[in-house]
Design a protein around this ligand. Sequence first.
Ligand code: HEC
Length: 148
Amino acid sequence: MLKNLVIVVVVVLGLVASPADAQNIKETPEQKAFKFRTSLFQTFSWKLGQLHSAQSASDETGFINHANDLLVLAKMTGEGFEIANSMPEGTRAKSEIWEDPEGFSSKTQTFVDAVSSLTEEGAMESFKVRDFASKNCGGCHREYRTKK
Ligand code: HEC
């Protein structure tokens, strides 16, 4: 009776677990962190685009909403780099991130502060997407991301 139950449970679990789940389980913590941070950085690019579109449409409410979204995301930057030397295949993270943790976290903080200022009323007027990206995104990339 118990044996049958065990067999049923095993069969059901086997049906529920998809190949994608199996792949997730096989990933190392470093690979998961790499996937997390690259997805996060892609949302940064998306949100910069949304900020620019809102500005072009003179939509201040939209601009402030996107800035608030980006602020929440920006605060997660450090989470992707918590495992020391997590540089799996395909990464462009430099080892300096972990050799100089204070420098890296100060770049993160500069970025968070810059995004935070975009959430303030009137920030849309003086927003320049290229300058913002070059200073705050590029400011970190130039030191902590390898060139292609
Ligand atoms: C504090 C540092 C830091 C800041 C700030 C930062 N980035 Fe990055 N970014 C990195 C690092 C490091 C990588 C490489 C990560 C890896 O490959 O493991 C990266 C990778 C990327 C990637 C490539 C993702 C992929 O698919 O491989 C994009 C796109 C990107 N960043 C966009 C941005 C944008 C846009 C901003 C600003 C709004 C920004 N980043 C701010 C450090 C930063």
